[in-house]
Ligand binder design. Structure first.
Ligand code: ATP
Length: 641
């Protein structure tokens, strides 16, 4: 805590005290992280860096350091994106190094990692003055400038800015700057590790400042409490620009008093675990009574009333969707009870046929424009199904039981049929009741039920896939299993009727530990002709010459084209099988073989999920293990569809 042997930027003399943090100190920290595989050592290396920042620099430099480490420009809801493709990076490299585009592309083809290509290319651009060394703050602010360029000459402006940064790079800085710009730092640092290291660093810093240094068990206890406090505060207020200054001014212990759930700042939603049937529900939820609710087939919407008349709506991914739902915003004041000044509601927005008074499937909702929707041009009407209340009038409710949250919600809002209603709910412990309610949900065009604990273990678990919420879908009971959300990484050219479009696709799951996309199957079924053509037109813009170095391919059949990992598709399969050729979840269910899908079928594009939200290898292994056919002897197939 932390390990003395680990890289320390100040000791390594690349950073003199009382000067702004050189970017080199952060780049060398990344290098040390990249060359270590132990989670504890990685935490310790980052902790050493952050302690130096705490001791020597400003809160702003700490915020920049954290964002650069997470490779982000700000919180998700601000939607800032660099918008830098491989082409722009290659042009900037040509400009800064004088190498030909062909030479760079050839090397990239061999090496696969544009960061390493940049590092091996010496800058030859002549400058009147030697550029000064890059600092963490300067690099972060240049990245923000790059993100802000829009319009017709924006690509050229980005090339100029990146090239100027490249010329100023020293040593290993180039590798991480270019990787960051390309969207993947590839140092296997997840946000949870960054939060742990930050909590450790602040805890040690506070002890050093107060002269009260703990050791052994006492130190461990303090560090663990620090991690718990910071992680739970960050869950409620996922905004480093608010949490870090408060952390430095108020200290760790007082932090929860100053940083709590705030309307206007979206939370990561609580998610549910799939279940196979009613018997599993009763095994899992050992309660006198549970809340069963209809599971609506729409889009998750977190509705924030910041103040009267000031409303924002956020997606499952904390994207700001306020512009997509002007009708919901317009009607909302009619649904707020007289006592509601501010609130955060969790809900599902569902498309509806107003003439037949019926719900419409999710696919219909996706035809609504995402931005700049005006009230007059709305064709797809929607109804909000509110199912949880996380905040009301200055008070966070996430630590309250679901029974209380649900009661407060149902007493504080005024439902209007077809516009804003509460989720259909039945509180019971009787199997027959649940069965009947489940059948009722299907008749009412829902996907099945959500089963929620009411009193014990019934708080709102932000950002967790929790067993306190179980989902029971018709498909699970049919024995066809849950759907998977997979990343499209390649395609095979179509033949026959599909000539001119892609005929089949290579799909991958995500492994957050290795930050890899592991291919799991190919699929060519489930598409209409129109969908195939639409997908061809979208995906052809994302073709890359060689697979990304973070694609794990096993020995699967190489596709005709590779794609950048930008799209997530929902896929349904008949079964899981062990596979000697697909590497997904290898080592988790079987020591060597991976897992593949039998008869995978395309269901829909998941626009609400990023590639990092795709089904993980751990979830795949779990699904494989729990499939009924794997009770005794494991039947292995190649996993070919
Ligand atoms: P799925 O594909 O099943 O929607 P998911 O990964 O998007 O999966 P899950 O946690 O697995 O999310 O399923 C819960 C989702 O169901 C919620 O994200 C929400 O959008 C939706 N939902 C519909 N009705 C309810 C309800 N009554 N309570 C909670 N969530 C609901």
């Amino acid at each position: 805590y932390p390990d003395q042997r680990d890289y320390h930027p100040v000791d390594s003399a690349c950073w003199e005290t009382k000067t702004p943090i050189p970017y080199l100190a952060l780049a060398r920290t990344f290098q040390a992280v990249e060359s270590n595989s132990s989670r504890l050592r990685i935490q310790s290396i980052l902790c050493n860096y952050l302690r130096s920042v705490l001791a020597l620099s400003s809160p702003q430099e700490l915020i920049c350091s954290v964002y650069l480490t997470l490779n982000r420009l700000g919180p998700a809801w601000r939607g800032e994106e660099l918008g830098v493709g491989e082409g722009v990076l290659i042009r900037a490299l040509v400009q800064a190094t004088g190498r030909s585009q062909k030479a760079i592309k050839d090397e990239l083809y061999k090496v696969g990692d544009i960061g390493l290509v940049a590092e091996s290319s010496r800058c030859t651009q002549r400058m009147m003055f030697k550029p000064s060394a890059l600092t963490v703050e300067a690099v972060f602010s240049k990245l923000q400038e790059i993100a802000r360029f829009t319009g017709c000459s924006s690509q050229q402006k980005k090339v100029e800015k990146i090239s100027a940064l490249l010329v100023a790079c020293r040593d290993t800085e180039t590798r991480y700057l270019i990787r960051g710009l390309s969207g993947k730092l590839r140092i296997r640092l997840q946000e949870q590790t960054v939060l742990t290291s930050l909590a450790h660093a602040v805890c040690l810093h506070e002890m050093e400042r107060s002269g009260k240094c703990a050791k052994g068990e006492e130190l461990k206890e303090k560090m663990d409490t620090a991690v718990q406090t910071l992680k739970s505060v960050y869950c409620e207020l996922p905004d480093y620009e608010r949490v870090i200054p408060a952390l430095l001014e108020q200290g760790l212990e007082a932090l929860p008093k100053f940083c709590c759930l705030t309307p206007g700042i979206p939370l990561k939603p609580m998610l549910a675990q799939p279940t196979k049937g009613l018997s599993e529900i009763f095994k899992r939820v050992d309660q006198a009574a549970i809340s069963c609710e209809y599971k609506y087939d729409g889009e998750r919407a977190q509705i924030h009333v910041i103040a009267p008349g000031k409303v924002r709506i956020f997606s499952r991914n904390q994207e700001d969707m306020t512009d997509k739902f002007p009708d919901v915003i317009d009607r909302l004041p009619r649904h707020l009870g007289n006592n509601v000044a501010s609130c955060v509601l969790d809900s599902e927005v569902v498309a509806r046929d107003t003439e037949k008074n019926q719900k419409l499937p999710f696919q219909v909702l996706t035809t609504r424009k995402r931005k700049g929707v005006s009230l007059e041009e709305i064709k797809v009407q929607v109804c909000v199904y509110a199912f949880d209340l996380l905040y009301l009038n200055g008070e966070s409710l996430v630590h309250e039981s679901f029974r209380r949250r649900s009661k407060i919600m149902r007493n504080s809002f005024k439902p209007v049929d077809g516009e804003f209603v509460f989720s259909e709910q039945k509180i019971t412990s009787c199997t027959e009741d649940i069965q009947a309610f489940f059948e009722g949900s299907l008749k009412d065009q829902c996907e099945g039920l959500m089963i929620k604990t009411l009193d014990h273990n019934a708080t709102y678990e932000i950002s967790k896939r929790s067993f306190n919420w179980l989902k029971l879908k018709k498909d699970y009971l049919d024995g066809t299993g849950d759907t998977l959300d997979l990343v499209v990484v390649g395609a095979y050219q179509g033949t026959g009727k599909r000539t001119g479009n892609y005929g089949g696709f290579l799909l991958a799951c995500y492994d957050p530990d290795s930050e890899e996309y592991q291919v799991i199957c190919k699929t060519g079924t489930g598409f209409s002709d129109a969908q195939l053509e639409a997908q061809y037109n979208i995906l052809k813009q994302h073709v890359i010459p060689i697979p990304k170095p973070y694609y794990s391919l096993g020995t699967c059949p190489a596709p005709d084209v590779w794609f950048d990992s930008n799209y997530v598709w929902e896929v349904k399969a008949a079964d899981f099988s062990l596979s000697p050729i697909y590497p997904a979840a290898a080592g988790l269910a079987d020591r060597e073989r991976g897992i593949s899908l039998r008869f995978p079928r395309f269901i829909r594009v998941r626009e609400d999920k990023t590639p990092e939200d795709a089904t993980t290898s751990e979830q795949i292994a779990h699904m494989y293990r729990s499939q009924q056919s794997v009770s005794g002897i494991i039947t292995s197939t190649t996993g070919e569809d």
